[in-house]
Design a protein around this ligand. Sequence first.
Ligand code: BMA
Length: 321
Amino acid sequence: MKSFANQESSNLLFRRYQGNPVLTSAQWPYSANAVFNPGATKYNGETLLLLRVEDMRGFSHLTIARSKDGKTDWRIAPTPTLKPSVRYKEERWGLEDPRIVWLEDQEKYAITYVSFSTGGPLVSLVLTKDFQTFTRFGALLPPEDKDASLFPRLINGRFVLIHRPIIRGEAHIWICFSPDLKHWGDHRMLIPVRPGWWDSHRVGLGPPPIETPEGWLVIYHGVRITASGSLYRIGLVLLDLEQPWRVVCRSDDWVFAPQESYERVGDVPGVVFPSGAIVDPEANELRLYYGAADTTVGLATADMDQLIEYIKSCPAHQREG
Ligand code: BMA
């Protein structure tokens, strides 16, 4: 195995699937402008993606696609799976960017997504056992908030949520805790933007945190504003397993960035936006599903041991900003 202790190797961690993009609006069974930013999980032995689909009015809803190998032969639901509900007014302008975890304690899948309310984006939760019947839980936290996921298990008896509120115009990643999924407290800033760096303008959680023996692996996006717009790149953080508000290591370098034409050209150029990840225990491989240029879905894979070795070689965290 190639050693990744040398940080110059950061851009070799992830390999793009040769058949990218794996899903595009051209495959859609109904009219759609773009399909991107999917949540991902294993369900009934298959890969299940819940995709953000933007319609021709510019509003988004969520639709399921399934595949046996997570790469090919996608079966796309013939109609939208989750559309704005009139009972939940905060969903008026659409549903975006889902993250899925199997919530052990509830024996349900928890899907956090962005509800685009007329007062700004906020984080909502829906629970399901079977991806057929969905129970809406409503808004978790007020606007402006995005990029949220629950941890897959309770920690010290409480649910844990990572999210990205905008406060004083600043976009840092935060963490908070709840005894019942309703009441959230013990708020702390977790991963701040780094002024001057590639992740200087905004940061936001990618897929749900991944539990490893070394800690919670967090894949996040960082945004820099350039002369031609926002550039979305990907970094890594390791959180303490039982005290997840403690950042153990954070990558200096980005580990994935727009490079291929489908990432550089699209509705929003220069965006890679991972929102789903599946660990294949047999291959010890992480499959990362990401929105490419807010237009299609890409897949990249990484060896779990190399990811962990790399993040552990990164500097111990020092809070900036
Ligand atoms: C973020 C989110 C994502 C989107 C990204 C790039 O703020 O809205 O849905 O992919 O911007 O446009």
